[in-house]
Design a protein around this ligand. Structure first.
Ligand SMILES: *Cc1c(COP(=O)(O)O)cnc(C)c1O
Length: 384
């Protein structure tokens, strides 16, 4: 087909589907709660340049990123709202991001002092205080200890006039733990207001991610930070749906007699004569070696060809997989193959691939999106 890229495998991205996921996300937020759309890891593999216009079209005010490259890509896409870095940054990173007006996370007095030293005469960027709140213990101030409260007091003084947010990141979204985490965060926030000149109306209080939103519990914040759900991860279907399809093509078709073995290490033996299609997709494209049949014969992944499910046979090679197309005599070289997503009325969904790979879709999407070219389909009229 003419719109196939000249590549082995590729990802098709649907901005229209991301837009629908975003609309349902906004609808689900508790009243009075805004959204920080999280697009770190190059928008979970979907491409920042493909996603930012969708966010802007629906009036998203805050975008969450991780690296300076991502911040630049967000500005290059025309976003003029608030960019919030979702992790603490090195002093050099903070300095380099001043031009993009990135709001920074501060979780330790040392961190803020180092940033201040690096910036010298330049004004500090807008700051969000990261509260550990008995949470991830990766970058937040822990107010349960006297040293932590002391450090937080110093951060409040050093950052006076620049602090625009108070936040935490919940380590678990199981309802019991979440209820406790929310209460603890609210107590920490109250402590800050009771022990500083910070005014409630000057700061944004934010916490909660996709799984918090899906839990239905209200974290009672001004803003929740959600990424995965925008890309169809974890949100209940049919409202939410993935916006990425992993595709390739048939590059060879052949018949092999009973007794033939397939692929490296002969892990699969044919018990009947079979017609096999070779597909230009392998672990170099992020198609996990765990998608193979097990040596014990447990089923591996399936791919869609001509709208039908075809089992993947044998090991996953670097650039090829083999699919059983015995039941589909019409399969021919150059046929489109869907390894994730829909074709005809069928779908290779998240559940089976998460189970086989032992990882989560966010991991697979970022991997696929970075290893393969991205093609945009289902463009939307962004002023609609
Ligand atoms: C990634 C991230 C989020 C978004 O998480 P999702 O589960 O993808 O919604 C929110 N906050 C922080 C600090 C993050 O790092």
């Amino acid at each position: 087909m003419s719109d196939h890229p000249n590549e082995s495998a590729w990802c098709e991205i649907s901005p229209a589907q991301i837009s629908q996921n975003l609309r349902h996300t906004l609808d689900r937020l508790p009243a009075q709660t805004g959204l920080c759309a999280v697009i770190k890891a190059d928008a979970y593999g979907h491409g920042i340049e493909n996603v930012v216009p969708v966010l802007m079209a629906r009036g998203v005010s805050h975008i969450g990123i991780s690296s300076n490259g991502e911040a630049r890509a967000v500005r290059a896409a025309g976003f003029t709202g608030a960019i919030l870095r979702l992790r603490t940054a090195t002093p050099d990173e903070v300095n380099s991001a001043l031009g993009e007006d990135v709001q920074e996370l501060v979780g330790s007095e040392e961190g803020l002092l180092a940033i201040r030293d690096r910036l010298g005469e330049k004004p500090l960027p807008k700051l969000h205080i990261s509260l550990n709140a008995n949470g991830m213990s990766r970058d937040g101030v822990e107010l349960s200890t006297p040293q932590g409260r002391q450090a937080c007091g110093n951060i409040l003084k050093l950052g006076a006039g620049k602090i625009v947010g108070l936040c935490t990141h919940f380590p678990s979204n199981h309802s019991d733990e979440l209820v406790e985490n929310i209460a603890r965060f609210q107590r920490d926030v109250a402590w800050i207001f009771a022990n500083s000149d910070l005014r409630r109306q000057d700061v944004m209080i934010h916490a909660g991610s996709t799984l918090t939103l899906v839990s239905g519990l209200d974290p009672q914040v001004d803003m929740m930070r959600c990424g995965a759900i925008l890309f169809g991860i974890a949100g209940p279907s049919p409202a939410f749906h993935p916006a990425l399809t992993l595709k390739s093509q048939v590059i060879s078709v052949g018949s092999y007699p009973k007794g033939s073995t397939i692929g490296y290490d002969r892990t699969t033996v044919l018990h009947r004569d079979r017609r096999l299609a070779s597909v230009a997709l392998g672990y170099a494209n992020g198609y996990s070696r765990r998608f193979a049949q097990s040596a014990q014969g447990a089923q591996g992944a399936e791919v869609l060809i001509r709208g039908q499910s075809c089992p993947v046979m044998g090991a996953i090679s670097m650039n090829t997989i083999v699919a059983d197309v015995t039941e589909l005599p019409e399969v021919a070289i150059s046929d489109e193959v869907v390894a994730f997503g829909q074709q005809g009325g069928r779908e290779i969904g998240s559940q089976s691939l998460e189970q086989l790979s032992g990882t989560i879709m966010a991991d697979l999407f970022t991997d696929w999106g970075r290893r393969n070219p991205r093609i945009i389909c289902n463009r939307i009229a962004l002023d609609a």
